[in-house]
Design a protein around this ligand. Sequence first.
Ligand SMILES: [Zn+2]
Ligand SMILES: [Zn+2]
Length: 293
Amino acid sequence: MIAKSLYTPVCLDGPQVKGQLHAHTTLSDGDFSPAELVTRYEEAGYDFLFLTDHNLWRDHSSLSTDKICVIGGNELGASSREHVLALGFDSGEIDGKQDTQSLIDAVGENGGVSCLNHPHWSAMPISRIHELQNYQLIEIHNTLAFRNGASEGNSLIWDDLLRAGRKVWGVATDDIHHEYDLFGGWVQLWCDSNEPDCVVDALRTGRFYSTEGPRFESIEVSENAILVKTSPVESICFVYERGNHAHRVQEDEDGNRKLLKGARFDRSPELYVRCQIRDTSGKRAWSNPIFVS
Ligand SMILES: [Zn+2]
Ligand SMILES: [Zn+2]
């Protein structure tokens, strides 16, 4: 019997660019000026940075250097609870005081990419997160919220969406306002350039992963299996709609721990599978879901 093919084959590997999607400056309620923040992220090795002040779009491209591309973004929201990132276009004309679904729709109508921010931090009811439609990204790690203790529930919400058949990519961001929000979570895109068009296209199509530190070197999807290669990690867990399949570090007879650098998944999910890894310091990275085709 010939096995039915599960996935559309794809190979995510090669050069990666590192970037921050969610950052506030003194133009709204952040502590750093735009120029100061650009310098901090540039010195930390980031290739691109979206500046996303509250209900404010600015063309920040003049702050770009030969190392870091600075891109104007916007964090839209009428209330303190429901916030949406608008990425990839000049959103200066959008009235951020509209209801959240209208904001998401306005981003889509303008060809942008929208992200539902910090759902756990905002204490959004799960039913409300399902009710909202057409956002492409959801924050699964937000450094500001995480360091305040309210970001852990985000990946639970993400799996709940995926189990319901929704196609949403997960992102890690800093939501930097203060010094102690810096460099806790970011995205790594598989693309050759940090130009805005390439960055936005990779975000839209899910050609990236999110991380607090560990790396996915490659994700190879064949018709019936998924092979990931990673930086040395303690665990590699494939999460799918009915459970998970975990690989953990083993000890040899001398008690030496041999860290993992890759794993394969060849079970048969019905909807999706995603991979989550964790290094010896407890830092995590999340692949995007691979959908059963
Ligand atoms: Zn927010
Ligand atoms: Zn924010």
